[in-house]
Ligand binder design. Sequence first.
Ligand SMILES: C[S@@+](CC[C@H](N)C(=O)[O-])C[C@H]1O[C@@H](n2cnc3c(N)ncnc32)[C@H](O)[C@@H]1O
Length: 190
Amino acid sequence: MTLEQRIKSYKEKTGFPESLFISEDRRIIGIWIMGNNYKVASKYYGGYPHGYLKRIYSLFPDKKNILHLFSGKVNNEIFPGDTFDINENLNPTYVGDAHELSKIVKKKYDLILADPPYSVEDCEHYGTCMINRNKVLKECEKIMEIGSHLVWLDQVLPMYKKSALKTIGYIGMVKSTNHRFRIITIFEKI
Ligand SMILES: C[S@@+](CC[C@H](N)C(=O)[O-])C[C@H]1O[C@@H](n2cnc3c(N)ncnc32)[C@H](O)[C@@H]1O
């Protein structure tokens, strides 16, 4: 799908106000203001804000083979895909450390949705150590085909290998007062 078709699908499927455009250098650029529903349905610390996955799935209606990385309590009956988390109590498809992703996951995905912990303080809530973003991105690359996408939600732009991944989108995310601003980086495997 072209970037134009992705934005068209987003508009049609969500009905949300127009907030994405395509820059001259061919990237999806925009800001999402996530609305008044501040509650995380699962009540899980760091859970996706209401409407986040609906927006992402509407941008990628063509993807059939989806992995939720750092999946937490994602509801994969509503948002289909395999799940990967270090916490076995969450009952993910794969239990493991994202730094070892390609050793554990033996198939390729055409879309990876990653929601890592953003800080040491966040990690304290999960009882984990802070991740090395650079290493996890390298692992993601290994389970992506050319043309696959990685949607990485974070507070920083992680380091990545420019010969393997290109950024095709940056979408800022505003939740509500006193919540952190976040940015969604969309990578494409080249
Ligand atoms: C921000 S939460 C994800 C929340 C999820 N988006 C949701 O809506 O429920 C981050 C998740 O990463 C997991 N995690 C932390 N370190 C990890 C690691 N090294 N490998 C895999 N998962 C990890 C935590 O257990 C936690 O569930």
